[in-house]
Design a protein around this ligand. Structure first.
Ligand SMILES: [Zn+2]
Length: 182
């Protein structure tokens, strides 16, 4: 098995600007998946404890259905740069930050949002811009999220919203989040 990430909890939160109260809600999960190389990989994802069970179940489905994940590495490795992580086609969850282009905190800040293969499932703005810039949405490519697919259903069946459709300014094809009052 190929190890993509094996951090301690301390390493996985190193450098975050999140408060202790927020950090105390997080859990660092080991997850297994098939990579784009067809090999079994182990990575890590940091999520809120309130969605730990959901996340484990979703990754069980990702593994069983052999939906490929490029890599799953906590954002501390990218210096908390969402752009760097997206460019690297990295799947992740916790990142204490605002929503790009706004001063509103993202659901990623509280570990309630999960991004999957962002290069294959980019943000597509109504004016045609794509983020990450190296992103291409090719519906025939394995690792791509599609309406009604096993992975989208796995998230939606557990109360997550897929932000990949019907948005005003952009479709955020890699992004799922669960709204929880905490
Ligand atoms: Zn996201």
């Amino acid at each position: 098995m190929i190890i993509d990430s094996r951090l301690t909890f301390e390493q996985a939160i190193e450098g975050t600007t999140a408060t202790k109260e927020v950090i105390d809600e997080m859990a660092l999960l080991d997850v297994r998946y098939y990579g784009l190389d067809g090999e079994l990989h182990q990575g890590q994802i940091m999520v809120n404890k309130n969605v730990e069970k959901d996340t484990r179940e979703i990754f069980d489905i990702i593994l069983e259905t052999r939906f490929p994940i490029n890599k799953c590495v906590p954002l501390s490795v990218y210096g908390w740069s969402d752009d760097a992580s997206m460019d690297d086609n990295n799947s992740s969850a916790f990142c204490y930050r605002v929503i790009a282009g706004t001063n509103k905190m993202s659901q990623h800040s509280f570990g309630y949002a999960i991004d999957i293969n962002p290069r294959f499932n980019p943000m597509i703005y109504v004016d045609g811009r794509v983020l990450p810039q190296n992103g291409v949405y090719d519906k025939s490519r394995p690792g791509t999220l599609l309406e009604g697919s096993d992975i989208v259903k796995a998230f939606e069946g557990r109360g997550f919203l897929w932000r990949g459709r019907n948005r005003q300014k952009y479709d955020d094809l890699h992004h799922f989040d669960k709204l929880i009052e905490s």
